[in-house]
Design a binder for this molecule. Structure first.
Ligand code: CAA
Length: 257
């Protein structure tokens, strides 16, 4: 596997580090293929309970690789569409994913962070969809996911002006779950991932699917969906264990992690 994405295992957590420092982790086809291959393998591996995706201190990822794209024709871009489709299919992975963002998360970099279940940002993080400056628009979900995350006003502002927003603005806007000092970024993301990986896996998957359902349906349908998936959890050993452990004042020992 190419070294454009590095994989480290930390117990039940997998850490994927984007690794094209010379290009600020721009997402070229080699990197995207490697990332998707890692995620495919990790999602089949029952010993992995959560994935953290990170970049370098200077850049999470500065977008799709402009140099690789610049001479492409319409047909070539259409043929390369499997990247867009594979990328968008990541939203259906059962694997919980956290983006740990430091520095630039622009264009496809911001889109990659948004595909993760949530984003933890360092104080230096900068988010944006600057594609308009290149004569294109976001092409890996930016117009849709950013709008759902921050609302129309802020999404239009970012997509039409191409400006960047800093970590504080991103947190205020609802794009980012937490902002932490740079030197605490990885530690915080890994500790959140460890917590998630320690819980009952079927319950984590159900929780993730239920929250994601909120973006796909009406409130009444979503509430109906939540009830349909909430009650069956009472048929699991892990629900019995979780509640017994609470009553007995001990940590739970979930069977299905
Ligand atoms: N693609 C290819 N190379 C990139 C890149 C990108 N998206 N972003 C940065 N690089 C390269 C630069 O070309 C430079 O390489 P050289 O040293 O060989 O010239 C190297 O990374 C370092 O970058 P800079 O010298 O520009 O660093 P800086 O600190 O001065 O500026 C930056 C940082 C503001 C992020 C600037 O690099 C930049 O604006 N990058 C492009 C951001 C962008 O437009 N992203 C959107 C891409 S399109 C897209 O993503 C489409 C989509 O939705 C799918």
């Amino acid at each position: 596997m190419s070294d454009t994405v590095l994989l480290e295992r930390k117990g039940r957590v997998a850490l994927l580090t984007l690794n094209r420092p010379q290009a600020l982790n721009a997402l070229n086809s080699e990197l995207l293929t490697t990332l998707c291959a890692h995620l495919d393998t990790l999602s089949e591996d029952e010993s992995v309970g959560c994935v953290v995706i990170t970049g370098s201190e200077k850049a999470f990822a500065a977008g799709a690789d402009i140099k690789e794209m610049s001479d492409k024709t319409y047909i070539e871009m259409k043929n390369a569409d499997h990247f867009g489709r594979r990328f968008n299919a990541l939203k259906d992975t059962k694997l919980p994913m956290i983006a740990a963002v430091s520095g630039f998360a622009l264009g496809g970099g911001c889109e990659l962070a948004m595909i993760c279940d949530f984003i933890i940002a360092s104080e230096t993080a900068k988010f944006g969809q600057p594609e308009i400056k290149l004569g294109v628009i976001p092409g890996m979900g930016g117009t849709q996911r950013l709008t759902r995350a921050v609302g129309k006003a802020k999404a239009m502002d970012l997509v039409l002006t191409g400006r960047m927003m800093d970590a504080q603005e991103a947190e205020r806007s609802g794009l980012v779950a937490r902002v932490v000092p740079s030197d605490k970024l990885l530690e915080t993301a890994l500790s959140a991932a460890e917590a998630i990986a320690s819980y009952s896996r079927p319950t984590v998957v159900t929780a993730k699917e239920a929250v994601n359902r909120a973006f796909e349906t009406t409130l009444s349908e979503g509430l109906h969906y939540e009830q349909r998936v909430f009650y069956p959890l009472f048929a699991t050993e892990d629900q019995k264990e979780g509640m017994a452990a609470f009553t007995e004042k001990r940590p739970p020992d979930f069977k299905h992690r």
